[in-house]
Design a protein around this ligand. Structure first.
Ligand code: SF4
Ligand code: SF4
Length: 186
């Protein structure tokens, strides 16, 4: 009988400790938000490392600073990135004629060259370890970690990003941000 009474007391004591923990958490200031009803203030995300994204030019935020060198894709340990260079535009018939005439005169002919920014830039976030090698290896600071906190999807294909399309969208909605260099703690 005494043993059972002791056990009951022990159970009550354990319950009281558990309720104490719950009560303390209940009255403590809340440190999380009820997403999606609430989101975190952007000012608190400055050092958050989300997925990798492109940075736009200062004078044309919808165009990446990227020069299609491929260093980021080559150095990525998880093969997440694919960069496709643009092709040089075909000369118009007038240009072709002018070039032929210049060649005939023995002049040096300047053929049309490809724009430096890439034709395609894709990224598979489902494979990315966020190691930062691509950000560090870019010679023109065209990559940074995004502050995109709210990533959710039903399929891994939802995490295959077209970074050029993403940059264009950002430039339209937030032009100042699209061309802002990488922030704290690259
Ligand atoms: S952060 Fe690392 S794993 Fe992710 S794309 Fe860049 S180099 Fe690849
Ligand atoms: S993002 Fe940087 S490293 Fe990658 S291809 Fe463009 S210029 Fe090269």
């Amino acid at each position: 009988m005494i043993r059972e009474f002791g056990k009951a007391l022990q159970g009550l004591w354990s319950l009281a400790i558990g309720l104490g923990v719950t009560f303390r958490a209940f009255v403590r200031p809340q440190v999380t938000v009820h997403y999606p009803r609430a989101t975190v203030d952007d000012a608190n995300l400055r050092t958050y490392h989300g997925h990798v994204e492109l940075i736009g030019k200062d004078d044309a935020p919808e165009v990446p600073r990227c020069i299609s060198c491929g260093m980021c894709a080559m150095n990525c340990p998880s093969a997440c990135l694919a960069v496709v260079k643009q092709k040089a535009p075909k000369p118009t018939p007038e240009q072709t004629k002018a070039m032929e005439e210049a060649e005939a005169r023995g002049e040096k002919v300047k053929k049309p060259t490809a724009p430096k920014d890439p034709a395609r830039f894709t990224y598979d976030f489902s494979l990315c370890s966020l190691c930062g090698t691509c950000v560090e290896s870019c010679p023109v600071d065209s990559l940074r970690f995004s502050t995109e906190l709210y990533q959710a999807g039903f399929d891994r294909n939802d995490f295959h990003f077209d970074l050029l399309a993403r940059l264009r969208g950002q430039a339209e909605s937030r032009p100042g941000e699209a061309s802002t260099p990488a922030q704290g703690g690259q």
